[in-house]
Design a protein around this ligand. Structure first.
Ligand code: ADP
Ligand code: MG
Length: 410
């Protein structure tokens, strides 16, 4: 018998209270009634401060033990999702469904041994399938797996999204539902722009670009896997009866009667990334200075973004946490360095930017009118990004959203 499978992932804020878990269970029941076998993936319950949330477990580890071994830290952190899986599975049973809870290891998720940020190598799905065949809803603890040797690992922040998509791939699911605390993917983060509009349909490429530019509504690893393996995603919330955002290929979007935004709108979304530092270096009369700069940063394993190179010097962006390290490395090499932090990158995501000269003019005009200093810009054919001081970030997103009329366009 071939069963049609749907993976349903519930984020931390969707399983935080009994009421929410019961709502989540109703969504699972609906899916079952539609003829699918649901596999549920859960994150740890709640955000920082909640007793079993990941950040609470991290504080426990950090406050008591300054130097906890990464293996033990992963063992500790994996507990948040295991607790959540058991509680969710019991909720499903109380509502009359057959259900079983698995840790990542029990679900057959095999990872490398990169504790804290492990990558899934493969899934051995037989145990899950055995239970699905018997009519059980399988609840899997997200964000974790185990090495070949049986050591428990975690997948890094946002890792439950990856668990859900990878299970979707190995179980050949029809689609993966991502339930979160917003109703879908929006023209901009609705917490920053209250009038942001939901994007009802996105192609894999469109969604991947929004995520790549920083929208954390889906983890970028999960998004890239969904795109590579063509697993449709639906981003939804428990509080909304709407369909949320469907992320799939163009032909399915067309069949569903949804617009292909990148074919119609020059800009359809604004994403942001916080926690950055701008580094400006004066090359002086140093020979091959730019080469020395980039080689020494590469040797230290520091990734850089928004690189601008001109005869007198260079400017680029690094993660805020390595800002002073970069400054130190380059000073040691004899360069004059200027560091600006904290900064944020705000990106317009759209289509054919290179062919639309007006977009840059509009961006500059909007930020100038709002007295926001642009520290640097960068672009690709589908994005234009500008670096601003962190304190200006929210206002920059708001004025750009308005300037490009995104509250009306999408
Ligand atoms: P979960 O715990 O369910 O995984 P996350 O906090 O990881 O939830 O992701 C959801 C958050 O993503 C939202 O609360 C919202 O602040 C943020 N977000 C950023 N950009 C967007 C966007 N374009 N559309 C929707 N949400 C966004
Ligand atoms: Mg998340």
């Amino acid at each position: 018998m071939t069963v049609k499978i749907v993976v349903q992932k519930f984020g931390g804020t969707s399983v935080n209270t009994r009421e929410l878990r019961e709502k989540a269970a109703l969504k699972v029941q609906e899916t079952q009634k539609e003829g699918f076998s649901p596999v549920v993936v859960v994150s740890a319950m709640g955000r920082k401060g909640a007793p079993y949330a990941t950040d609470t477990l991290i504080s426990l580890a950090r406050e008591e033990f300054s130097n906890l071994d990464p293996r033990d830290l992963d063992l500790l952190l994996s507990c948040g999702e295991i607790i959540s899986a058991v509680v969710m599975s019991q909720t499903l049973r109380r509502m009359g469904m057959k259900s079983v809870a698995f840790s990542g290891a029990q679900a057959g998720i095999i990872t490398d041994n990169h504790f804290g940020d492990a990558s899934i190598l493969r899934v051995e799905p037989d145990r899950i399938k055995k239970y699905l065949d018997k009519g059980y809803v399988v609840v899997v603890a997200g964000f974790q797996g185990a090495t070949e040797e049986g050591e428990i690992t975690t997948l890094g922040r946002g890792g439950s999204d990856t668990t859900a998509v990878v299970l979707g791939i190995y179980l050949q699911a029809d689609y993966v539902d991502i339930f979160t605390d917003v109703n879908g993917v929006f023209t901009a983060d609705p917490r920053i722009v209250p009038e942001a509009q939901i994007l009802q349909g996105l192609t894999y490429t469109e969604a991947a670009e929004i995520i790549q530019q920083g929208a954390k509504v889906i983890h970028h690893k999960a998004m890239n896997l969904a795109r590579e393996y063509r697993i449709p995603l639906r981003v939804r919330s428990l509080s909304d009866e709407g369909k949320g955002t469907l992320i799939c290929d163009i032909s399915t979007l067309t069949k569903e009667g949804l617009r292909i935004l990148s074919q119609e709108e020059p800009v359809y979304s604004i994403a942001y990334r916080r926690g950055l530092a701008q580094v400006r270096v004066n090359l002086g009369d140093s020979e091959n200075g730019e080469l020395k700069i980039f080689q020494s940063l590469a040797q230290e394993g520091i990734s850089i973004d928004l690189v601008s190179l001109f005869p007198e010097g260079t400017a680029f962006v690094v993660d805020e946490t390595v800002g002073s390290k970069v400054e130190e490395i380059l000073r040691r090499e004899g360069f004059e360095v200027n560091l600006t932090l904290p900064c944020a990158k705000v990106s317009l995501v759209g289509s054919d930017m290179a062919d639309r000269p007006g977009v840059v003019a509009q961006l500059v005009e909007a930020l100038k009118d709002a007295n926001i200093e642009i520290l640097q810009t960068g672009d690709s054919h589908i994005t234009i990004s500008c670096l601003v001081k962190s304190q200006d970030m929210e206002r920059a997103i708001q004025v750009l959203h308005h300037k490009f009329r995104l509250e009306k366009a999408c």
